[in-house]
Ligand binder design. Structure first.
Ligand code: XMP
Length: 531
């Protein structure tokens, strides 16, 4: 497998995990799908985390995992510089599953024969099970799987039984049940291996004896306990934007330390219609969370006057946001802790981080600077977005909040494109956005779409004819995308009748608009937002 060099990636600190929660650690040897392995294990009901392949042995011993999984990776086990598999890892008495490079490394270290095959094996392959053993029990004799390797295991190490083969892999799966060691050459974590989840499940249940009872909700008690330990009787502040991540992080913290938490909601005037009221109603009224709502709309608009360039807008909003946030922090006695909704994917994508005492800008509204000296509370650092949604639902958050589509920190300001942000333009965009959201929800598509929104070219007018008269009005662009993580996105194939309904409502209900276009650009080459 090809992928980044995992050795340079720092990963999150120990997970919020009660001592009686079973976990399986995935050691990352640089595989493309390493994160996905942890993901699939969690889907089977076992907590799992990705760690660098060279994580200290004492840390592994200290965590007493129920099992270890060695990921794939781009190297050849016998090449100089290949990430080594420490033999001690195989002697901890903890069951180990090697996947692709992980299997080859296991074979190499234990005296099997690993060599470059005459032909590589990349893509879908046919796997033949000769002897199911413990790992492949109950699986079809023949099945398809995803292979991606050039080296292969030609002979298993002493004590191992070969279980399966494929055209280019004489030993495509092996096991030594006495020592609890298992290996598969193919990738069980991807959809192209239809029985992959069953194989992982067999490793977890039969190989590791896991009870498979973990759910994202189990995180709640552990996270609450951990926040209490971290914060003690200190004061905590949280910048609430209405997004699902900061909301769930805030609710967990509130459950942990109650009124020691103050949430600050800065209404910068770039929100969608009614959004500010909804945030206040959800937190202050429904959950009793202490919430300071700052109406800073005029301030932000004044700061944006004359700013037309995209980065200029972001910077203006970002720096104004910091000022307002600092003022509020001072007003409530400069709390020591700051709650952030940082997700697992943020931690991994940004090359890790150790939860140190300064703030990374990219998660925050507009970007808080690194010299604000808060200590971070990040209860979601080990969760994926959809797991966060499950936690939110379990905490009693409304469906609307739980399933809210992502919304950028600078808000509608970066959707009034190519010109100055004015109250008049924001009002048009707010109305347009409201109509689009209403129709997308009515069509039952809101959850399927990663984002759906309107864009207003600020300086563009086009000619139309309305009621026998010439009109000269604004253009609204409809932007809707599907995506897993916003790194890439596909323009959404909205049903034509939905597009027609939205178009006609936008023009009929917003007098300043006389033309509607549909954005059919994926990412790449476009970005999701226009600015
Ligand atoms: P792009 O436009 O880069 O956006 O494809 C990727 C995702 O990030 C969101 N986005 C932002 N979120 N502050 C945020 O909190 C920002 O400045 C910002 N800019 C873009 C965007 O909506 C999409 O989900």
């Amino acid at each position: 497998m090809t992928g980044p060099d995992a050795a340079t990636v720092e990963l999150p600190p120990a997970a919020p995990r009660a001592s009686d929660t079973q976990e399986v650690l995935v050691l990352d040897f640089g595989g493309q799908y390493s994160q996905l392995i942890a993901r699939r294990v969690r889907e089977q009901g076992v907590f799992s985390e990705l760690l660098p392949h060279d994580v200290p042995l004492d840390e592994i011993r200290g965590r007493a995992p129920a099992g270890l999984i060695l990921s794939g990776g781009p190297s050849s086990v016998y090449s100089p510089g290949a990430p080594p598999l420490r033999p001690e890892l195989l002697e901890l008495g903890v069951p180990v599953l090697g996947i692709c490079y992980g299997m080859q490394a296991m074979a190499y270290v234990l005296g099997g024969r690993v060599e470059g095959a005459p032909k590589g094996e990349f893509g879908r392959s046919r796997l033949t099970v000769h002897e199911p053993g413990r790992l492949l029990q109950g699986l079809p004799h023949e099945q398809s799987c995803l292979m991606s390797h050039r080296d292969t295991v030609f002979a298993p190490p002493p004590g191992f039984r070969a279980l399966a083969s494929s055209d280019e892999s004489p030993v495509a799966a092996f096991e030594d049940t006495a020592r609890g060691l298992y290996g598969i050459q193919f990738h069980p974590e991807v959809d192209l291996t239809p029985h992959g989840s069953e194989i992982l499940a067999r490793f977890l249940s039969e190989g590791c004896g896991c009870d498979m009872s973990w759910t994202p909700e189990s995180v709640i008690d552990e996270a609450v306990e951990r926040i209490r330990r971290q914060v003690g009787d200190g004061r905590v502040i949280c910048g609430l934007s209405g997004g699902v991540d900061s909301s769930v992080a805030a609710l967990l913290t509130h459950r942990a330390v109650g009124d020691q938490l103050t949430c600050v909601f800065v209404d910068h005037g770039m929100m969608r219609r009614n959004e500010g009221d909804q945030v206040i109603a959800a937190f202050r009224d429904a959950f009793g969370v202490p919430l300071v709502a700052v109406d800073a709309r005029e301030r932000f608009l004044a700061r944006l006057a004359g700013v037309t360039e995209p980065e200029g807008k972001r910077k203006a909003i970002g720096s104004e946001f910091i000022r307002v946030f600092e003022e509020e922090a001072a007003r409530i006695g400069n709390p020591r802790y700051l709650v952030q909704g940082t997700l697992y994917s943020d931690v991994i994508e940004s090359g890790g981080g150790t939860g140190a005492a300064t703030i990374k800008s990219h998660h925050n509204v507009g970007g808080l600077p690194t010299d604000l000296s808060f200590e971070l509370v990040e209860p979601l650092r080990t969760l994926f977005k959809d797991e966060v949604r499950e936690v939110g639902a379990a905490l009693g958050m409304s469906e609307r909040l739980v399933w809210r589509q992502p919304f950028p920190g600078p808000g509608l300001a970066i959707r009034v494109v190519g010109g100055e942000v004015t109250e008049e333009r924001l009002a048009i965009l707010r109305d347009a956005d409201f109509i689009l959201q209403e129709e997308v929800r009515a069509a039952g598509l809101y959850r399927e779409l990663w984002q759906s929104f309107c864009v207003l070219p600020a300086e563009l007018r086009t000619v139309g004819v309305q009621g026998d008269e010439r009109s000269y009005g604004y253009v609204i662009a409809i932007r809707a995308v599907t995506s897993q993580d916003a790194m890439t996105a596909e323009w959404a194939r909205l049903p034509h009748d939905l597009v027609a309904r939205v178009s006609s409502r936008l023009i009929n209900e917003i007098s300043a608009v006389n033309r509607v276009v549909l954005d059919v650009t994926s990412k790449p080459p476009g970005t999701i937002e226009w600015e």
